[in-house]
Design a binder for this molecule. Sequence first.
Ligand code: MG
Length: 262
Amino acid sequence: MTTALPTIDGLLLDMDGVLTVSWEPLPGAVASFARLRAGGLAIRVITNTTSRSRETIAAGLRGAGFEIADDEVMSAALAAGAYLRDAHPGERVFLLGDAQRADLAGVQLVGLDDDPGVVLISGADESFDYATLNRVYRALLGGAAFVAMHRTMAWMTTDGICLDAGAYVVGLERAVGRPAVVTGKPSPSFFTAGLDALGLPAGRVAMVGDDMDSDVLAAQAVGIGGVLVRTGKFREDALDRAVGAPDRVVDSIVDVPALLGL
Ligand SMILES: [Mg+2]
């Protein structure tokens, strides 16, 4: 029997692997989410999903049965748009991977032939081929700013686990000798934006995710409680390899209401 987490008034919930896999709700997730809502918790879904806009993510969750408003979803792509408008206004940006225009409003996207001042890396897809990555590498060596929506290594789908952009981001960082600015998880700024949205201090918030590094340890780094679920991409060896330990490990989101005394 796991003891309840004290004084938690808000939750940051990962989406993929916690609420859904391939946009299908995980068993019991819809009812558990409703119990958390009924318990009066402030909730934000905080996701590194980059292929859909905030509005379509929220609509997808509602379609799966989760009662959630558009502005209760925070995505790495939306954070990238905000960061670029603030830190690189008017600059030409090459986007590797896919993203929705709605998330990158006001950002000037160009091709690699157009001398981009910024390279922006989204989620991994078929466009991550050698020829393109090599040109990205050269653009970064030439001084282009290096921005990544996240550094997630993998995500789970109904077809199996998939390699994500983090593997490429880490390789490029090593190759060019400087770190990327990361806008989504595990960036501390993304979690503090989540706290701002909840209107709560870190000590009264828990993060629930299936990614040991990007969800649990990254949340703990800013003082948020870290709860790891054994769904989605979870693998037992992630616990063994990790440099820290979650505050709680539960079988799935179904166990979270009890963890909060609901
Ligand atoms: Mg996840």
